[in-house]
Design a protein around this ligand. Structure first.
Ligand code: NDP
Length: 337
């Protein structure tokens, strides 16, 4: 089987040379230890946090080790098992990494129902991105009907769920995204009230003006996925006692200097008496069962729409990941094996 390892840490932008495709062999079934399961992956999830793990900088998690399989969430099928709960053919998701096959302890696998919903959904709406959206909306922002919510990277895996959950609650929802096609999708298919295409504007002023026009009553709730000038534009529109769920700062993940994140409107945090809460969804495993149950119900009832961008074959993963970091994806970026 094939796998991709981290060959070198990126300096600035990620390049294909940072990865290496390797061929590896699995131990035979007879060598499986008790509780171990052999899985053939069908899908790999590509996520922005992987950029953080590729660098050595101190963060909330340990860096990805060099020459080891790249970290990543996967969904696939059991091929062989020495765990009582898993049979060959069962569908599972786990953190098996950028690899076509893997051996994992059954305790680290989640059995999923690929009959009611497609398998890939367990990596997006019914996986980490969906729970991230749910946590930010319910536990941090505590969104209420009538409030104006702004979400950046609005067409992506997390942002698309954030906006739809807020619409279901009765918020007025404004997305910020890059490109006309993304904005059309966000309004026409996801049902947001409006969308600001930040790529259309050369100056900060134009972006701020456009956001002002889209948020005539200001911003009560901000779900921030991007950071930098996008975040700054939203800060300028904060209402008194606004709440901010600081989820991601992708605009700075590949930057070499802290200046990339300099904010001109940070004073608004004080003058508007705003509350800002950063969070890491994997620190809140206690809410996952409730979040996943609610999201599953909404998915089965077809109340949540989603899009996937699927790269074909493991070898396509590095370029798909580089594309994700520069906004080439619409919806959830996956790799299918
Ligand atoms: P997405 O599917 O949203 O893909 C990333 C998107 O980010 C791109 O499509 C692009 O959209 C946008 N983007 C990239 N670079 C820039 C830039 N320089 N300026 C503006 N936008 C940019 O990814 P996810 O939904 O998986 O993740 C969204 C955010 O949430 C990330 O910041 C991620 O790190 C964070 N996250 C945080 C978690 C937590 O626990 N705190 C958990 C999961 C995700 P566009 O074309 O619209 O710019």
């Amino acid at each position: 089987y094939q796998r991709i390892v981290l060959a070198a840490r990126p300096r600035g932008q990620v390049a294909p040379e940072n990865f290496r495709l390797e061929t590896a062999t699995l131990p035979t079934i007879d060598d499986l230890k008790i509780n171990e399961v052999v899985i053939k992956n069908h899908y790999l999830s590509l996520d922005p946090y992987m950029r953080g793990r590729m660098s050595k900088a101190k963060s909330y998690a340990e860096p990805q080790a060099l020459d080891q399989t790249m970290i990543g969430a996967t969904a696939g099928q059991v091929v062989a098992s020495r765990h009582a709960d898993f049979l060959p053919g069962d569908y599972v998701s786990g953190m098996l990494g950028w690899t076509e096959m893997a051996i994992e302890d059954g305790a680290a696998l989640r059995k999923v129902d690929a009959v009611i919903l497609p398998l890939s959904v367990y990596l997006s709406v019914l996986g980490m991105p969906g729970v991230t959206a749910w946590y930010g909306i319910h536990r941090i922002l505590q969104a209420k009907a009538g409030q104006t919510l702004v979400v950046s990277a609005a067409g992506g895996a997390v942002g698309s769920v954030v906006g739809q959950l807020a619409k279901l609650i009765g918020c007025r929802v404004v997305g910020i995204a890059g490109g006309e096609q993304k904005c059309a999708y966000i309004v026409d298919e996801l049902g947001f009230d409006s969308c600001v295409d930040y790529k259309k504007f050369a100056s900060e002023e134009e972006l701020t003006d456009s956001l002002a026009a889209a948020t005539p009553d200001g911003i009560d709730l901000l779900f921030e996925n991007v950071g930098g000038r996008i975040f700054d534009a939203s800060l300028a529109r904060l209402n008194p006692y606004a709440k901010i769920a600081l989820c991601g700062m992708i605009a700075g993940y590949s930057a070499n200097s802290d200046n990339a994140q300099a904010l001109k409107n940070s004073g608004k945090l004080l003058t508007m008496r705003a509350t800002l809460q950063g969070f890491i969804v994997t620190e809140h495993m206690d809410v996952w069962p409730q979040a996943l149950a609610e999201l599953t119900e909404l998915m089965v009832a077809k109340k949540l729409h989603y899009k996937e961008m699927i790269a074909q074959g493991l070898a396509a993963a590095p370029n798909a990941f580089i594309g994700l970091l520069s906004g080439k994806n619409l919806g959830k970026q996956l790799v299918r094996f």
